[in-house]
Write a new protein. Structure first.
Length: 309
């Protein structure tokens, strides 16, 4: 008879409890975030009270065996970390699963490095992570986290990826450090940032990325418009991104047509389900149907095999 040791039982229960917390958190967030976001955005007293309560959150966390400094009063990434013990584990696992030694990974909208740093470990000394983070506060934490974890293969860049090389306004959220946007939002403080495109940046630096992750809060169409040369190529490629129909519509972009553009370039779509921790192939219509009202889902767009298993 197979016997299970107490340590294995405890570990199994911890994993199951963690998954239940993650499922519960994501369901509550999907339902409540569209209602809370405008209140926090436009009602300063409530925003101040919420941030005061969030100061009980940790300022340092461990993810994938790495040590991270995080924004303590953050209503986005840090809240998920403190509530569930992790951040988008299904998406991160899928991303790490297609990375292999020596590859090149672009993290567009890197925040404090929760994807960039684990990717650097997976790539090994011969691989390189190029992490783009235009917000000065996020970038300072990202650089500190790279130093803390002694990773020599992460290069941090201040540019924002877009559809042109130049300047743009980054409107910064006062309560969610993962929700800074390349848009002029009068209710927010703003900072001028340099912009570039994936195609021009890769040409200039002679970089051929294997995997790209982007989290750019509605600027996905601009980033995609600036990487048409890469998308039209034949090299294996994986692109991970947040798909938020409401943000695309507000920018005048048809969400279904946006998804179909990837298929038109020969990429296959995969839906990343953080509720159940699974990944499934999907059509553009299926991805759109799976997206909660006014919220988002993460997807992987893939061409070829980026890794020999």
């Amino acid at each position: 008879m197979l016997k299970t040791t107490p340590a294995k039982v405890d570990e199994g229960w911890r994993r199951k409890a963690g998954m239940l917390r993650m499922v519960g958190f994501n369901r509550v967030r999907s339902a409540m975030a569209p209602l809370l976001r405008p209140v926090l955005e436009h009602v300063p007293p409530i925003r101040w009270l919420a941030k005061a309560l969030l100061r009980r959150q940790p300022s340092r966390v461990q993810v994938e065996g790495l040590d991270f400094q995080v924004h303590q009063s953050d209503f986005g990434v840090t809240l998920e970390l403190s509530s569930t013990g992790d951040y988008e584990p299904a998406t991160r696992a899928s991303c790490l699963g297609v990375l292999g030694p020596g590859m090149i990974f672009l993290d567009i909208g890197a925040h404090v490095g929760l994807f960039a740093l684990p990717a650097a470990k997976a790539l090994g000394e011969q691989g390189i992570v190029h992490a783009f983070e235009p917000n000065p506060d996020n970038r300072a934490m990202l650089e500190a986290n790279v130093l803390t974890n002694r990773l020599n293969n992460v290069w941090v860049h201040a540019e924002a990826m877009s559809d042109q090389v130049g300047k743009a306004i980054l409107s910064c959220s006062s309560f969610n450090t993962g929700d800074h946007r390349l848009a002029d939002m009068p209710s927010r403080t703003s900072v001028e940032v340099d912009t570039t495109t994936v195609d021009s940046w890769c040409r200039r630096h002679e970089v051929h990325p294997d995997v790209i992750k982007m989290d750019v809060q509605g600027a996905e169409p601009q980033v995609i418009a600036g990487m048409q040369e890469l998308l039209q190529g034949e090299r294996p490629l994986h692109v991970f991104l947040e798909f938020t129909p409401s943000l695309l519509k507000s920018a005048g972009v048809d969400p279904l047509a946006f998804l179909e553009s990837f298929v038109g370039h020969g990429l296959h779509l995969h839906l990343l389900d953080e509720h159940r921790g699974i990944e499934t192939p999907a059509t553009p219509s299926q991805v759109l149907a799976a997206c909660p009202r006014r919220s988002y889902v993460n997807i992987r767009c893939s061409r070829g095999a980026a890794r020999e298993d």
